[in-house]
Design a protein around this ligand. Sequence first.
Ligand code: ADP
Length: 187
Amino acid sequence: MTEPNAGPVTRQGGTVWLTGLPSAGKTTIALSLAERLRADGHRVQVLDGDELRAALSADLGFSKEDRDTNVRRTGYVAGLLAGHGVTVLVPVIAPYAASRAAVREQHAERGVPYLEVHVATPVKVCAARDVKGLYAKQAAGLLHGLTGVDDLYEEPVAPDLRIHTQDETVEDSVRRLHTLLTAGGLS
Ligand code: ADP
C-alpha cells in the first residue's frame, strides 16, 4: 500500500558548483550542506577535487589547459549524476570563467539545474587559514602556480550566490546556500 504522505519517487537533481580560492571554505560548506540534505532524504554526491584528480584526471597537471580539462570533465560527471536525481556538490576551484561557462552550458543542454556559488573569501584570509599548507609552500618558493597568488583566478561576475566566509560562521554560510537551493527547487 502506498503511504499517503510518501514523498515523490524521483527528486529533482542538480549541480551546485562552489568556486573559490584554496582554503576559501568550499569543502567545509559542501560537506556540511551534504549532511543536511541527506538528513532530508536527498541523494547527494560531493565531488571532491583531490579525489577526482586522482581517480579521473591523474593524467592532468596544473597548466591552464589541464585545469580547464579537469573542470570540464568534473562538470560532465556532475551533469550525468544530476540528471538522475542526485544533488551534486562540487567544491572545486575552477579558476577560469570560460571553463565554468562551458559546464553551465553542458547542464543547460541537458536541462539539468546548475547553480554557481562564489565562495569569495579574500586571499589574505585564505592564506592565514592555509588548510593544506599551500600558501606557506608558495611563500617559501616550494610551489609555483598557486591560484589567487601567482596563478590566475577569474572571479565570477554574476554567480547565483556569493558567500563571504570571513564575516560569518560555517552554519550561516550553509544556511544561505540551503536557501538558494530551496529557491531553485533543489531542497
Ligand atoms: P577549500 O575547500 O575552499 O580549500 P576548506 O573548506 O578546506 O577550503 O577550508 C576552509 C577553512 O575555513 C576551514 O578550516 C573552515 O572551518 C574555515 N571557515 C571559517 N568560516 C567559514 C565559513 N563561513 N564557511 C566555510 N569555512 C569557514
